[in-house]
Design a protein around this ligand. Structure first.
Ligand SMILES: Nc1ncnc2c1ncn2[C@@H]1O[C@H](COP(=O)(O)OP(=O)(O)O)[C@@H](O)[C@H]1O
Ligand SMILES: [Mg+2]
Length: 253
């Protein structure tokens, strides 16, 4: 399964993506969780120490193609799985966490790290890896590169006008991108009316509804993963059922 979470900043992408990745791993999948958001988030919801290290610039090497154009490839001897082993951290439940690296340092170095990140993500075999991506908030950059691994784009929206408006714009962009499927996830819902609001407002089929969950706020305040604080909460139950329904559909396809 390859999913990318998108949505307005604060909608709940990171909170949901972390639980989603770990629940998928509990089902036995080999899961790579990708954080391409320069703001920290996914590390917390996965329960891995948040550090700034991304992929080092020397993971890639430059070469000239047949037309003399400058290109990049992973350093010789470094295949994508080896790169993941090396540059990712492991969360509880065994999710591999790979991040783009936070924007800092020499500009050129950073762009080499970005090249490496894309090369790794682009060359992963779907048979080996499930991928759960937490894309940057906002509308544009999400689909210009970072999200192209995704088979399913999950647009997270709160039942608020601003959140569904962003979601609607993202949905339009996603439908023009290579992602075959775009679905909404209603978050912080307090009843069926909120789910209908997100459905109408985004114009998307709603794949799942995640209730407002006070324990998530608590986890946030403590800087720990919700799953490590209390695995028996409405958010966890809702995300588990989202994972099950998407996996079941996938098995049929
Ligand atoms: N279902 C939920 N119930 C309560 N709070 C939530 C829920 N989902 C997310 N949050 C809270 O909303 C805030 C934004 O969530 P976050 O996952 O960081 O959003 P994003 O990654 O989309 O910017 C955080 O404080 C988080 O704890
Ligand atoms: Mg986030």
């Amino acid at each position: 399964m390859r999913v990318a979470f998108v949505g307005k900043g604060g909608a709940g992408k990171s909170s949901i993506a972390g639980v989603f990745a770990r629940m998928l791993a509990r089902q036995g999948a080999r899961v790579l969780a990708l954080d391409s958001d320069p703001m920290p988030g996914l590390a917390y919801s996965l329960g891995v120490p948040s550090q700034d290290a991304g992929i080092p610039a020397d993971a890639v090497e430059e070469y000239e193609d047949d037309d003399g154009r400058r290109r990049y490839r992973l350093r010789s001897g470094l295949d994508p799985s080896a790169a993941i082993e090396r540059y990712s951290t492991v969360s509880p439940d065994g999710v591999r966490f790979l991040q783009l690296g936070k924007a800092r340092g020499v500009k050129g170095e950073n762009s080499l790290s970005h090249q490496a990140y894309q090369l790794i993500v682009d060359s992963l075999s779907s048979d080996d890896w499930s991928v759960v991506g937490d894309l940057p908030g906002g509308t544009r950059q999400a689909f210009f590169g970072w999200g192209r691994f995704a088979q399913t784009v999950l647009v997270v929206a709160e039942p608020t006008p601003a959140s569904v408006l962003t979601a609607r714009r993202l949905a339009r962009l996603a439908l023009h991108s290579s992602a075959p499927r775009v679905l909404a996830v209603a978050n912080k819902t307090r009843g069926e009316a909120d789910v209908r609001y997100v459905e109408r407002g985004t114009g998307l089929p709603v794949a799942g509804s995640v209730p407002y969950d006070e324990t998530q706020r608590d986890a946030d305040r403590r800087g720990v993963a919700l799953l490590d604080l209390d695995a028996d909460t409405p958010l966890v139950a809702a995300v588990a059922s989202l994972v099950s329904s998407l996996s079941a559909e996938e098995a049929l396809r």
